[in-house]
Write a protein that binds this ligand. Structure first.
Ligand code: DC
Length: 227
């Protein structure tokens, strides 16, 4: 039986993570949160004081990427993420670690070092792969490719709510500036830039509820699976 791979790419804050989790549950498929892998590599390099030596100690950084000891453990309140046996679930979601991830993601050798690890998530019966280059680079033969986007303003508003929900202090202006800077970096980098695959279904979630986006995705995926 072939493994059904469904990719969801798009900028941060578009709702990809939530939708990918809902779809994985709906179809009974595995889930790949590739952004978490970039965040874990960013955090690991930071902890090893290598993050500011990406140019000078690249071989060492590639070794760290290839040997990254990470685990994704399902738990009652979502998936727990471990790095070297330590629970870093909350830590990797901070703006600081998001910036580490974006830095790491701009280095071709580090992206290559993480490629096979991401491909290994493709297991029967299927996979929902969430990221930036899932359809263009990691799984170009996916059966359904979705590009989920939303305006920077609506993504910033969602992020503020999310941070406030976690009890953190959140200022919309700073978050919007951060999102715009990260988008620019992700779109303009030469390796695997953030852009929809030619054959992707593009959905703009700015004015839609999560349930509406889910329904649109489900219909499209069912259509692709029936072909
Ligand atoms: O989706 P996220 O915010 O957790 O991603 C963190 C960073 O990692 C973001 O700057 C983009 C980068 N990333 C990437 O380049 N390729 C992916 N497949 C996933 C994330």
């Amino acid at each position: 039986m072939s493994i059904h791979i469904i990719t969801i790419d798009g900028p941060s804050g578009s709702g990809k993570g939530t939708l990918a989790t809902m779809l994985a549950e709906h179809y009974g498929y595995h889930l790949l949160d590739s952004g978490a892998i970039y965040r874990l590599l960013g955090l690991s390099l930071y902890q090893r004081q290598l993050l500011d030596q990406l140019d000078t100690a690249l071989d060492q950084c590639v070794d760290v990427a290839k040997n990254l000891a990470i685990e994704f453990l399902p738990s009652l309140d979502g998936i727990r993420v471990l790095l070297d046996g330590q629970d870093v679930t909350a830590q990797i979601r901070t703006e600081e670690v998001g910036a580490f991830a974006s830095q790491v993601a701009a280095i071709p050798a580090l992206r290559d070092a993480l490629l096979q690890r991401q491909k290994d998530f493709a297991q029967a019966p299927g996979l929902i792969a969430d990221g930036r280059d899932m359809a263009t680079t990691v799984f170009p033969h996916a059966i359904a490719k979705i590009y989920l986007t939303a305006s920077a303003q609506s993504r910033a508003e969602r992020r503020v709510k999310q941070l406030q929900g976690m009890g953190a202090d959140a200022k919309i202006d700073a978050i919007l500036a951060n999102i715009e800077a990260r988008d620019k970096r992700d779109r303009e980098r030469t390796v695997a830039p953030l852009k929809p695959a030619d054959d992707a279904k593009v959905i703009d979630s700015s004015a839609l509820s999560i349930e509406q986006v889910f329904e649109e995705m489900r219909q499209y995926i069912d259509q692709q699976l029936a072909q």
